[in-house]
Design a protein around this ligand. Structure first.
Ligand SMILES: Nc1ncnc2c1ncn2[C@@H]1O[C@H](COP(=O)(O)OP(=O)(O)OP(=O)(O)O)[C@@H](O)[C@H]1O
Length: 374
């Protein structure tokens, strides 16, 4: 099969084997344009799901104007800071396949944790709601509006493929019923997902195209060479890149120290406590401790609704003035979106420790009653 993966997609340190390009080509080109493909990418930890998904998005963008991306990997997010589940549309080819980049999602929910372990039910409910949104907007009635017709979907998943993680994965595939399932396999066979259409328990069900590919790098004994990631460091970097957006891109902030200082000096938004609801997502906090628990934390800035609260982005609760009854919040969320926020969601997404421990800089987040002089 002719490969549609151009050399330009081969980023310096990323190797795209032929079977990966063939797999991406068959998702993009084997089907009719209508309905567009819905591709589910799965496999064990570090097998290359995210990297393959980036390749697939690029290949799809050669045939379709826009591609939707459902990010279910809440700990290693692609376009958002960690803790968010999101649907993002992409209309530009990525030249660097080795790094994620921040994008504003079209729809997103604050799950508030880096794994689905603590609350699989809510995790699934959010993913189903994001998929329903995609279906309503891009699949039903020819995409609603002409520009929305023919938007394929790529679903990237977590590497938790055993035990409850496996059950969660099966629930997602069954709900979405993708047109293609791309399974990435590693040489340690016991860690892989079962062969074939493993999620089907009924022989009569429609079977989508199942494509099995190997992880990209193998040694001379044909064993997978898996690159271990420092997941915590990567999460911290995503959080810092996100809050870096509080400042103009031409402002010189290249080090953690510079970012920490810039955030400390940045005038925060003032949010009257009476104008918002506060919700702790994964624990209960006694009423009189609520404000203490919020100070110096990352919160989801959400809009309350009958269904699930839409998340506009994240904020750092910089300080709380209990006499004036206001919260001081730092966030890159634009003012127009911020005006809709009426719910603060607190989970377990933490301010990176390195941001709080910059030498020669007493962290304002740790001290009481501190506000910037700017
Ligand atoms: N084709 C490839 N060429 C070079 N490096 C690769 C390739 N595929 C994956 N890697 C490297 O292996 C590591 C894991 O890849 P990736 O993040 O894509 O895996 P994943 O399956 O999405 O991981 P997780 O299970 O943590 O979500 C990364 O450092 C990535 O750069």
């Amino acid at each position: 099969m002719a490969s549609f993966v151009d050399d330009e997609f081969q980023s310096a340190n990323i190797f795209i084997p032929e079977e990966w390009s063939d797999a991406a080509d068959s998702v993009a080109y084997d089907s009719n344009t209508s309905p567009p493909p819905v591709a589910f990418v799965c496999g064990p930890k570090n097998s290359g799901k995210t990297t393959f998904s980036r390749v697939l998005v690029n290949v799809l963008l050669q045939r379709y104007k826009k591609v939707a991306y459902l990010d279910t990997d809440v700990g290693q997010t692609e376009f958002t800071p960690p803790g968010l589940l999101s649907l993002t549309t992409i209309d530009k080819i990525t030249s660097d396949l080795s790094i994620p980049c921040l994008k504003t999602p079209e729809r997103c929910f604050f799950f508030g944790d880096i794994s689905s372990k603590r609350d699989p039910k809510t995790y699934l409910a959010y993913i189903f709601a994001l998929y329903d949104y995609y279906r309503r907007t891009y699949l039903l009635s020819n995409g609603g509006s002409p520009g929305n017709a023919g938007v394929p979907l790529v679903i990237n998943t977590t590497g938790w493929v055993k035990g409850i993680g496996y059950d969660i994965l099966v629930d997602i595939i069954k709900y979405i019923s993708p047109t293609h399932v791309v399974k990435i396999c590693i040489s340690s066979v016991s860690k892989n997902l079962p062969a074939g259409a493993f999620w089907l328990d009924d022989d009569n069900s429609d079977v989508p195209t199942v494509i099995e590919v190997n992880s990209a790098r193998r040694d001379s004994f044909n064993r997978s060479v898996l690159v271990q990631k420092d997941a915590r460091l990567l999460r911290d970097l995503r959080v810092m890149a996100y809050f870096r957006q509080c400042f103009p891109s031409d402002m010189k902030i290249t080090t953690i120290k510079e970012l920490s200082r810039a955030l400390a000096a940045h005038p925060p938004y003032e949010i009257p406590i009476s104008s918002i609801k506060i919700k702790h997502l994964h624990c209960e906090v006694p009423k009189n401790e609520v404000l203490y628990s919020l100070n110096a934390t990352i919160v989801g800035l959400a809009v309350d609704s009958e269904n699930f609260p839409d998340c506009m982005g994240l904020g750092i609760v910089r300080a709380i003035d209990t006499l004036k009854h206001v919260l001081y919040v730092l966030t890159p969320v634009p003012k127009s979106s911020l005006q809709k926020v009426d719910l603060l969601l607190q989970g377990f997404v933490e301010i990176p420790t390195c941001l709080l421990q910059v030498q020669g800089c007493i962290s304002p987040y740790m001290s009481a009653d501190v506000l910037p002089s700017a």
